[in-house]
Design a protein around this ligand. Structure first.
Ligand SMILES: [Zn+2]
Ligand SMILES: [Zn+2]
Length: 344
């Protein structure tokens, strides 16, 4: 089989390797679609703090079960599946308390300690394999992983039915978080971005207000109050994780409310912690998902809440993976592209 090994900075080697044999409890999957994630882009450029080549990237994937190892009970050859890519120890405090997404010994398929899905086949533990409906497309399947990130952030947040919600950032994660927040009963939503085409997508996905923060005369707080009334937002999701976006959230948050940090910050942020203390703000991080979030995401996509055309802007064949990454890192077309999908 063929695998695309990241061997150095912006250097992918297509290697012919032996097809893995599933060990006891493992499932061998023929990969069909795999999205390129922001973290893959950082890894490709040598900017990811925890990813060190050589590694096969790819963790947003769908495929078909090809073979099952001994003791595999719940999936069979030909099943259409997606894979939850967090590999955990099942032994630490958080694994024992239902929060294995923050396992002390977390590994991530295609990211940390485990080769990923930019390969014809991948073997994974059965407990990480989730069946998708027979009529779900493989590209839809590959959108389950990023969707689950938004589902998890909303599920662990304080959001209640009828809340007014702000989402900062209309990239893939911002958009799926918006849809999850609406699904969870948000009564009114604002989403922000600096790219108008992304804001258009957000409107198509049901955002009540989509605002380009680069074009606001006053700050985000004033915009929120104008749309939501004097009490402002009940909860803010920062799906970017920059100093300025988190500061926007801190300044705009009503006293005593929650800010969910879903975007991945690049290390230390310069933010106004005096406001956090003085206003009793609750900043809560959100990482990945657990299996119930993955299943909710499968269901949301199956119900048509998120469609491929909402998120996928570019498609490449596996053989063109390097071109796909070059497009993904190109800063000149940020507005037009969102999810880059690789098909096998
Ligand atoms: Zn990802
Ligand atoms: Zn653990």
């Amino acid at each position: 089989m063929k695998q695309a090994n990241l061997v150095g900075e912006k250097e992918i080697a297509f290697e012919e390797v032996e097809k893995p044999t599933p060990e006891d409890g493992e499932v061998l999957i023929e990969v069909k679609s795999c999205g390129i994630c922001g973290s893959d882009v950082h890894s490709y450029q040598g900017e990811h703090p925890f990813v060190h080549p050589p590694i096969v990237l790819g963790h947003e994937f769908s495929g078909v079960v090809s073979e099952t190892g001994k003791d595999v009970k719940n999936v069979n050859p030909k099943d259409k599946v997606v894979v939850e890519p967090n590999i955990v120890c099942n032994d630490c405090y958080n694994c024992n308390h239902g929060r294995y997404n923050i396992c002390e010994n977390l590994q991530v398929i295609g990211n940390v300690g485990y080769d990923g899905a930019f390969a014809d086949f991948i073997a994974v533990p059965e407990e990480k394999v989730i069946k998708i409906p027979e009529d779900m497309g493989f590209e839809e399947g590959a959108l389950v992983e990023p969707t689950a990130v938004g589902v998890h952030a909303v599920r662990i947040s304080d959001q209640k039915l009828g809340d007014k919600v702000v989402v900062i950032g209309a990239g893939t994660i911002g958009l799926v978080t918006l849809v999850a927040a609406k699904d969870a009963g948000a009564s009114e939503t604002i989403i922000t971005d600096l790219e108008d085409s992304r804001l258009e997508r957000a409107k198509n996905l049901g955002a009540d207000h989509a605002v380009n923060t680069g074009e606001l005369d006053d700050g985000l707080s004033e915009f929120i109050q104008a749309e939501f009334g004097k009490d402002g937002a009940d909860i803010i999701f920062d799906c970017v994780g920059f100093d300025n976006t988190l500061n926007q959230a801190i300044e705009a948050a009503r006293k005593g409310t929650q800010i969910m940090l879903v975007g991945v910050p690049k290390g230390n942020l310069d933010v106004n912690m005096a406001f956090v203390q003085d206003r009793e703000l609750d900043i809560q991080g959100s990482l990945m998902y657990v299996q119930r979030d993955f299943k909710t995401a499968v269901n949301m996509i199956d119900r048509g809440q998120i469609k491929t055309e909402d998120l996928i802007t570019n498609r490449f064949d596996f053989e063109e993976l390097e071109e796909a990454f070059e497009l993904a890192i190109d800063p000149s077309n940020m507005g037009e592209k969102l999810k880059v999908m690789v098909n096998f």
